[in-house]
Design a protein around this ligand. Structure first.
Ligand code: HMG
Ligand code: MG
Length: 306
C-alpha cells in the first residue's frame, strides 16, 4: 500500500477531551477535575488543547464553568489553548479567558446544524462575521469545524460538495484550518478517500484536519487514509471520551492513546510521551467515573513497552 512509502515524519494532534470529551457527560464534572485533566494533557506533551467551550449553558450545561476553567488553568509557553466560540458573546468570554484560538463550528447538514445551534447553515455562516474577523483583529487564530461530513444522524447521507462549499466559506472568512467531522463515527476508508479527493482538489492538505469519532471502530482506518492523502492534523480525545449532545449515537472520539501508539509504531512523531498520555487517560476515566472505550487505554501500560 502506497501509504507506508509516504508517511509524514510528524503529525499534529489536536486534543479535544476537555471539550468534546466532557461536553456529553450528564453528571457535572468539578471544575478542578477539568483543570487536572488539562494539566495531565500538557504534561504528556500535547501542544494544542481545546480546553472548553463558550456556548450557552442552557444548551450545554457541562461547559457552564468555561470562564472558571480558564482562570484556574496555567498555560505554559508553547501550548495553544482553543475553545468553541459560537457568537460574539462567546468571543468576549474567550478573550477574557486568555484563549489563543477560537473554534467556530457548523454542520454540513441542515437538520444537525439547527439542532446544534438553532440556525440554518447560511445564518450560522453569517453570524460568524461577528466572530472570525473580530477574533483575528484581537490576535487570535480561528479554526473551523464542519460536522456531519460522513453522515448526519437526522438526514443520513451528506453531499461532500456541500461540505466543501462550507469549508471554503470558513477559510475565506479567515479560518486557518477546517476540521472535517465524522460526528457520529459512520465513516469507512473508501468513503474517506472519496471525501478527501473532493476537498483536496481545491484546498491544500495542511488546511484540513480530521475529527473522527470511533463509534464503529473505523477511526484509525480512516486516519490511515488521511495519512496517505497528506493530512497531518488529527483531533482526538484521551480514553476515547466524547460525543456531541445534539448528535444521537455520537460515541467516543478517536482515542489519543490509540492514535499516538499507532503513529509511534510507524515512526511518525507526535511529540507525545506514550506513558504520560496513558496516564492522562486514567485521569479522564477517574473524573467521569466509568470505564472509557480507548483500546490502548484498556490494554494497559505494559503494552506501551512494545
Ligand atoms: P439560541 O437559544 O438560539 O440563542 O442559542 P440565544 O441568543 O437566544 O441564546 C440563548 C441563551 O443563551 C440566552 O440566555 C443567551 O444570553 C445565552 P437567556 O437570555 O435566555 O438567559 N447565550 C450565551 N451564554 C453564554 N455564552 C454564549 C452565549 N450565547 C447565548 N456564547 C447558541 C444559540 C449558538 C448560543 C446555542 O445553540 C448553543 O450554545 N449551542 C451550542 C451547542 C454545542 O455546544 N454543541 C456541541 C458542540 S459541536 C460538536 O460537538 C461537534 C464537533 O465536536 C465536531 C464534530 O464532532 O463533528 C465540534
Ligand atoms: Mg466531535
Amino acid at each position: 500500500m502506497a501509504i507506508f512509502d509516504a508517511l509524514p515524519p510528524s503529525v499534529s494532534i489536536y486534543e479535544v477531551s476537555p471539550r468534546d470529551g466532557l461536553q456529553n457527560e450528564s453528571a457535572q464534572v468539578a471544575t478542578h477535575a477539568k483543570v487536572r485533566l488539562i494539566e495531565a494533557l500538557i504534561e504528556a506533551g500535547l501542544k494544542r488543547i481545546e480546553v472548553t467551550s463558550f456556548v450557552s449553558a442552557k444548551w450545554v450545561p457541562q461547559m457552564a464553568d468555561a470562564d472558571q476553567v480558564c482562570r484556574m488553568v496555567e498555560k505554559p509557553e508553547g501550548v495553544c489553548f482553543s475553545a468553541l466560540v459560537p457568537n460574539a458573546r462567546g468571543l468576549d468570554r474567550a478573550l477574557a479567558g486568555g484563549i489563543d484560538e477560537a473554534a467556530v463550528f457548523l454542520s454540513a447538514s441542515e437538520t444537525h446544524n439547527r439542532k446544534n445551534v438553532n440556525k440554518s447553515v447560511a445564518a450560522t455562516l453569517l453570524a460568524f462575521d461577528d466572530v472570525i474577523a473580530p477574533a483575528r483583529r484581537a490576535g487570535m487564530q480561528v479554526r473551523g469545524y464542519v460536522s456531519t461530513v460522513w453522515g448526519c444522524p437526522y438526514e443520513g447521507a451528506v453531499d461532500p460538495e456541500a461540505a466543501l462549499r462550507i469549508a471554503h466559506e470558513l477559510l475565506s472568512r479567515g479560518c486557518y484550518q477546517v476540521s472535517l467531522g465524522d460526528t457520529i463515527g459512520v465513516g469507512t476508508p473508501l468513503q474517506t478517500r472519496r471525501i478527501l479527493e473532493v476537498f483536496l482538489r481545491e484546498i491544500p492538505a495542511e488546511k484540513i484536519a480530521l475529527h473522527l469519532h470511533d463509534t464503529r471502530g473505523t477511526a484509525l482506518a480512516n486516519v490511515l487514509v488521511g495519512l496517505e492523502m497528506g493530512i497531518t492534523t488529527y483531533d482526538s480525545s484521551v480514553g476515547g471520551l466524547g460525543g456531541c449532545p445534539y448528535a444521537p449515537g455520537a460515541a467516543g472520539n478517536l482515542a489519543t492513546e490509540d492514535l499516538a501508539y499507532t503513529l509511534a509504531g510507524m515512526g511518525v512523531d507526535t511529540g507525545l510521551d506514550l506513558e504520560k498520555i496513558w496516564r492522562a487517560g486514567q485521569v479522564a476515566e477517574a473524573i467521569v467515573g466509568r470505564e472509557l472505550p480507548g483500546k490502548v487505554h484498556k490494554a494497559g501500560i505494559r503494552s506501551l513497552a512494545h
